[in-house]
Design a protein around this ligand. Structure first.
Ligand code: HEM
Length: 147
């Protein structure tokens, strides 16, 4: 319905430029929660936001995140087909020390990036459509967390 049209329409241009948009999203994430920087422990330690944002491994992660969003947008009609993948992705994030509570801040950062990139096209219904899709993705990933 309307949600899907809004999401697809807005992703059309953003999805062609994944890395810059992902960098806006993660810059915002580190602004909102700088402790998340320490979870990216590549060879080149992510000591500061600038170190992190310029490390190739980190930019690869940004690409990976954007590809998952891209997959969700492409599977809006059958998001459940991604459940197994997202559950395993959740497991991997528990293993690297991410808390499920951090997904709220990730969601805020995603919305921030959309707002920056879409300008006037960022409307309340569009925001809600993205939140709905994001919450399905987060719910599926969160099932990967075990006690
Ligand atoms: C892997 C951290 C959010 C998608 C990883 C890795 C780390 C990490 C340390 C392993 C190293 C690497 O592959 O670069 C984080 C942190 C997050 C976050 C701190 C936010 C709090 C997300 C989100 C998505 C995502 C929201 C997608 C929706 C991926 C993917 C991988 C990955 C696809 C590769 C998994 C694999 O190796 O199969 N993440 N991540 N990450 N992350 Fe994240």
């Amino acid at each position: 319905g309307k949600d899907k049209e809004l999401i697809r329409g807005s992703w059309e241009s953003l999805g062609k430029n994944k890395v810059p948009h992902g960098v806006i999203m993660f810059s915002r994430l580190f602004e909102l929660d700088p402790t998340l920087l320490s979870l990216f422990q590549y060879n080149t330690n992510c000591g500061s936001t600038q170190d992190c944002l310029s490390s190739p491994e980190f930019l690869e992660h940004v690409t990976k995140v954007m590809l998952v969003i891209d997959a969700a947008v492409s599977h809006l009609d059958d998001l459940h087909s991604l459940e197994e993948f997202l559950l395993n992705l959740g497991k991997k994030h528990q293993a690297v020390g991410v808390n499920t509570q951090s997904f709220a801040v990730v969601g805020e950062s995603l919305l921030y990036m959309l707002q920056c990139s879409l300008g006037q096209a960022y409307t309340a219904p569009l925001r809600q459509a993205w939140l709905n899709m994001y919450s399905i993705v987060v719910a599926a990933m969160s099932r990967g967390w075990t006690e």
